[in-house]
Design a protein around this ligand. Sequence first.
Ligand SMILES: [Zn+2]
Length: 218
Amino acid sequence: MIMDSIVLQSNSIMQNSTNQELIACHECDALQRVGRLPPGCVAHCICCGGRLYSNPKGGLDTPLALSISTLILFLVANVYPLMTLNVAGQSKDTTLTGAAWAFYQAHMPELAAVVWLTSVVTPALIICSNLYILACLRFRLRLPGVRTLLVWVTRLQPWGMMDVFMLGILVSLVKLSGMAEVKLGAGLYAFIALIFFFTASAARFEPHLLWQRLGARK
Ligand SMILES: [Zn+2]
C-alpha cells in the first residue's frame, strides 16, 4: 500500500514537473518532491514510509459537513447538563463549564483554568476556525484572516483534550454511582458523539491541501 503511493508519487513527479512541491517528512525530516495527488490517494515518505499528506475523495464537502456537525454537537454538549446527581432528596446538575467552575469553587483555580481551556475554549476555537477556513475555501469567499487561522489551528490541535475530560467523567461516574443516584444528561450523550465527530473532522482536515488551495487562489 505504501509502495503503491510512493510509486504514484514518483509517477506524478515524472509526469508533471511544474506541480511538484518540496515537503519535509514529519517523521524523519527527509525533504522530498511530491506531485499533486489525485483524489483518494495518499503520499508516503520515500525514506521511512511515514504519511506525508492525503487527498481524500469528496473534496471539501466532507470535512465541511463534519465541522458543521461537530459545532452543533459542541453547542448541545455545552448547553445541556452532562449529568444530574440526586443525594438525600437534593438534585444538582452540571455542564462542561459547570465542571470547571466546581474546581474553582473548591479552591483549585489552576485546575479549573486547565479543564476549561482544554475542554471548552480550545475545542471551540478549533471547531470555529476549521469551519471558517473550510467555508471560505469551499464557497470561494475572500474573507480576512484565513491564512493566519490556518497557521494557528494546526498549533492548537494538540491542546484540544476532550477525550481526556471524557475519561475523567467516566471515572467520576463509576465512583459516584455508589454514593448517589446519577442520571445521565443530554449533554453527556452529545459530548460522547462530539468526541467521535471532532476526531473524524480533524482526520479529514488536511492543512497541506488547504494551503495548496489558498496558494492557487492568489
Ligand atoms: Zn520520512
